[in-house]
Design a protein around this ligand. Structure first.
Ligand code: HEC
Length: 130
């Protein structure tokens, strides 16, 4: 039998060594908990347009269709948005008899708050006189 060239011998040795040191299969991986979805101001915007926009101004500008309903961009003047988050979570958002109560899933609330925060950020950027 013909002697193999050294390079081939080396390759065979490397493959054999790799084979011997091959790792055991990893132990059973822990169950993956789906991460909470990242709050999306876009989705929040769609939600408030659908559910609140009939009365409230939900955009960065404009007046409410239903005059007594405060535009959303002014809400943070009165409340920290965290308290709105709590109110939404508990389904007790009933600031006015004309206003229906809503119940949202936590993800939807996070989306709505994200939208409110984006309004807060924008209106904060052009506070009168500042
Ligand atoms: C049918 C009309 C209507 C709809 C729909 C509506 N609102 Fe209102 N909302 C009102 C009115 C009117 C007020 C003013 C209450 C007052 O000043 O006493 C108000 C007030 C509020 C306030 C402030 C409460 C306060 O004490 O100042 C928040 C916060 C609010 N609404 C959030 C929402 C959200 C979030 C939605 C959608 C999920 C929504 N509203 C949908 C009519 C509505």
């Amino acid at each position: 039998m013909r002697r193999l060239p050294p390079a081939v011998m080396l390759a065979v040795a490397v493959v054999a060594a790799l084979g011997m040191t091959r790792h055991e299969p990893p132990p059973e991986a822990p169950p993956v908990v789906a991460p909470a979805p990242v709050p999306s101001a876009e989705r929040g915007h769609a939600l408030v347009q659908r559910d609140c926009g009939g009365c409230h101004a939900v955009e960065a500008t404009g007046d409410s269709d239903f005059r007594p309903a405060p535009p959303f961009r002014t809400l943070h003047d009165k409340y920290p948005l965290e308290s709105l988050e709590e109110a939404l979570a508990e389904g007790i958002l009933s600031g006015h008899p004309a206003m229906p109560e809503y119940e949202y899933a936590p993800g939807e609330i996070a989306d709505i708050i994200a939208w409110m925060k984006s309004l807060e950020a924008r209106s904060g950027a052009r506070r009168p006189g500042g």
